[in-house]
Design a protein around this ligand. Structure first.
Ligand code: BGC
Length: 752
């Protein structure tokens, strides 16, 4: 009876919503299913276990080297029969056929006990990384620097397309954390230090994953992670505490998650850490009040790995695992990535039976989980298929991954136009010049690959790519010699230029990426200094997942290419940029710090550089390449900035245009970045903020007009600590390229 009375209200709410997600709306099929389920079955839907709980013991014994899964079907039967597990996760890069066997076995055994299919989640975060020969794209740190959202979309869409047939119906991405703490071991998983870049790239990735045109008849769910504030641990170490004021949380960290919800993201994973003393997994304020009630998220929330247990064992806010379970569920968790025991099922059942958690609270979560399963068509398309495996790593997909690599590298220094190189004799060395793993980083074929043997044989290192690009095809003569540190000086005498590829020479993920010094390996700095001492020009190629500091050599070397983690096709892209076949077009999506003592983002507050207490000019240069900086082999000139300088009221939009001319003789792509500065604000304002970006190709000698419609409500407002959006009248400054203009907003909202 109660349910019937609710129907009209909820139905109305569903019709009025902008969001495609309405899990609170009445779905007779889901309600009927829910009504037929036992408590144990419901709790099973809320439980996610790792694939290691299903494999044969012989595989577990040497799990680090697993390359083929064999399931222990009796373990599987037992878990499904006794605990009705609703989700499994993860794996390693095994063959597509092996994946089909795994997911088909899981689904068919599940069918013996349940009508509700399993949702299988996997960390395919930069391509199908847990798939042998899956196409590997650059990591997000690079995609952000491309300033091209279509690359984020295509990379995500291709990943879903390569993997949906294999029964991977849930991808654990995109990462929507802001790239704040530079030494954090997950820095490379973030798109940018700027909320707009993260929001736009993240939304593009969500659309790519959830776009079913390529995966049909399957659909894949995306998972926005890790809500909220994970990327700014105070000490820089993974999962260590963050202290983020409410106002900053709302202004900088929240917008990407808000945008993800508006784009219809189906699931959300939670930050393992704590913010301001409260672990996010136990925060009713963040999970229920903010995420559900304020932002209206209606998909389901999954914990991160071990994170209910962590409330007891890592954070110490719960007495034991049962109390931790109570806290997390009451805070708003829907599914627990347990991931290797069934304790969650036992404790949650006890909590309901003891009357501490109501069954209607359980129903809320299960309703959401079933709703997501229904949204991705899981009830109709349960089994994987292997008749389209040739879609994996197709030439078309490789082309996309190569393009993403090319467009995501940033040329941050090029003295005297040293690059591109043409006929010069090249001496090539450095810690990453002959390494595959250092081009791909963590989450590639393994959690963190311990060597190049996990990578495709055909994959090139920088050395291979240089030897291919800089060898005369007719004479077979190579311009490249490989540096031997014992003979550096004599080798340099025979060379015209020295190229050092360095940065980070191994893969790391999560805690394994923990460091206590952001400086480049001192041995590599010394190597660069020895190269400089030879008097030959030096080119530095940085392959790294976070900006390793190079203050000793930054001003001395002649060229620097930030290559980041460009993926499996990264070496060709580097060689093509160095040889000039490809014109670099990336711009920094984060500020590359100069020194360790003052690491700030481009959108810092005014008081970092107070005019009444000035610091020296040298100290003012906080970055070797600030956000938005990047060179091209073309030269672009900005002119004709057209805009009104008065906005009478908040509802009025400002049409702005600028002309960009390619005054060089080679075509190139230019990312045009529009910034606004709010010159006076009741809460201190960033010195500038990105409000729009667009990247376009401009032919040699040609001009292009870039347009932007400034919407005061969207582009000039900011939240207070309670989330009230303020739009204050006053002076603003618009900046694009080297042009800028002041303008005025006459009336604030409310008309003062
Ligand atoms: C990571 C997540 C990941 C999950 C599943 C966790 O440790 O923080 O990003 O999706 O593991 O592998």
């Amino acid at each position: 009876m109660r349910l019937l009375l609710l129907i009209p209200v909820l139905f109305l709410a569903a019709c009025q919503a902008d969001s495609p997600l309405r899990t609170d709306s009445f779905d007779p099929e889901i309600e009927a299913l829910l009504a037929s389920m036992t408590l144990e079955e419901k709790i099973g839907q809320m439980t996610q276990l790792n694939i290691t709980t299903l494999v044969q013991d012989s595989i577990l014994e040497d799990y680090g080297n697993v390359s083929h899964y064999v399931l222990d079907t009796s373990k599987l039967e037992q878990l499904l029969e006794a605990f009705h597990i609703g989700s499994f996760l993860n794996g390693r890069a095994v063959s597509p056929e092996n994946w089909v066997y795994v997911t088909e076995t899981i689904q068919s055994i599940n069918q013996k006990f349940s009508d509700i299919p399993i949702i299988y989640g996997i960390d395919h975060v930069h391509g199908a990384s847990y798939l042998k020969n899956g196409t590997i794209f650059p990591h997000n740190i690079n995609i952000g620097c491309s300033f091209d959202t279509s690359l984020a979309f295509q990379a995500a869409r291709t990943t879903a397309y390569e993997t949906a047939d294999l029964g991977h119906n849930w991808l654990f991405g995109p990462v929507l954390g802001l790239g704040k703490a530079k030494s954090w071991g997950r820095y490379y998983e973030t798109y940018s230090e700027d909320p707009l870049v993260v929001s736009r790239m993240g939304v593009a990735a969500i659309r790519g994953i959830q776009d079913s045109t390529a995966t049909s008849p399957y659909k894949t769910a995306a998972c926005a992670k890790h809500y909220l504030g994970y990327s700014d641990p105070k000490s820089g170490w993974d999962r260590s505490p963050a202290e983020i004021p409410d106002q900053a949380l709302r202004e900088f960290f929240l917008p990407p998650f808000k945008a993800a919800i508006e784009a219809g993201v189906l699931t959300m994973m939670i930050n393992s850490g704590e913010i301001n003393g409260i672990p996010v997994h136990a925060s009713y304020d963040l999970l229920t009040k903010m995420l559900r009630e304020e932002l209206g998220f209606e998909g389901f929330i999954v914990t991160d790995w071990l994170d209910i247990i962590a409330l007891d064992e890592m954070h110490g806010v719960a007495e034991n695992e049962k109390e931790a379970t109570y806290q997390a569920i009451q805070a708003g968790i829907d599914m627990s990535m347990v991931p290797v025991t069934t304790n969650f099922c036992v404790y949650l059942k006890e909590l309901v039976e003891e009357g501490r958690i109501s069954e209607s609270r359980i129903d809320e979560s299960v309703r959401r989980i079933l709703w997501v399963k229904k949204q991705i068509g899981l009830f109709e398309q349960v089994m994987p298929r292997k008749d389209r495996l040739d879609r994996i790593n197709s030439p078309e997909n490789i082309k996309l991954a190569s393009q993403a690599a090319e467009e995501s590298m940033v040329l941050i220094r090029n003295e005297n136009q040293l690059l591109p190189l043409s006929g010069q004799r090249i001496l090539l060395g450095g810690s990453t010049h002959d390494s595959k793993v250092s081009l791909c980083g963590g989450w590639t074929y393994r959690f963190a690959a311990d060597g190049d043997h996990w990578f495709p044989e055909k994959m090139l290192t920088i050395r291979d790519a240089f030897e291919a690009v800089f060898t005369d095809p007719t004479s077979g003569e190579s311009q490249v010699s490989i540096l031997n540190e014992n003979h550096l000086e004599s080798q340099a005498a025979q060379a015209d230029v020295i190229v050092i590829a360095t940065g980070e020479d191994h893969a790391y993920a999560e805690t394994q990426g923990t460091i206590d010094d952001l400086a480049l390996d001192p041995a590599q700095t010394q190597l660069i200094q020895r190269c400089l001492a030879t008097g030959k020009p030096v080119v530095l190629i940085l392959t790294e997942g976070r900006p390793r500091l190079i203050p000793e050599v930054e001003q001395e070397v002649d060229a620097i290419l930030f290559a980041g983690l460009p993926g499996v096709y990264g070496a060709e892209a580097i060689a093509d940029i160095v040889s000039g076949k490809v014109n670099p077009s990336g711009k920094m999506a984060f500020s590359y710090p100069k020194r360790s003592g003052h690491i700030i983002a481009y959108n810092h507050k005014k008081a970092e550089y107070s005019s009444i207490r000035p610091v020296s000019e040298a100290l003012q240069r906080y970055a070797i390449a600030p956000f938005g900086y990047g060179l091209s082999y073309s030269v672009f000139e900005y002119s004709d900035l057209k805009m009104d300088t008065l906005i009478r009221e908040a509802g009025e939009k400002l049409e702005i245009s600028v002309v960009v001319t390619n005054v060089s003789d080679r075509p190139g792509k230019e990312a045009v970045l529009w910034f606004v500065s709010d010159l006076v604000g009741s809460i201190t304002r960033p010195v500038k903020e990105l409000v729009h970006f667009e990247k376009q190709e401009i032919q040699a000698g040609a001009s292009r007009t870039f347009r932007f419609e400034l919407d005061p409500k969207r582009d000039l407002s900011f939240p207070d600590k309670d989330g009230k959006q303020l739009l204050e009248a006053g002076r603003f400054r618009l900046e694009v390229g080297n042009l800028h203009r002041e303008f005025i907003l006459e009336k604030s909202v409310g008309g003062q």
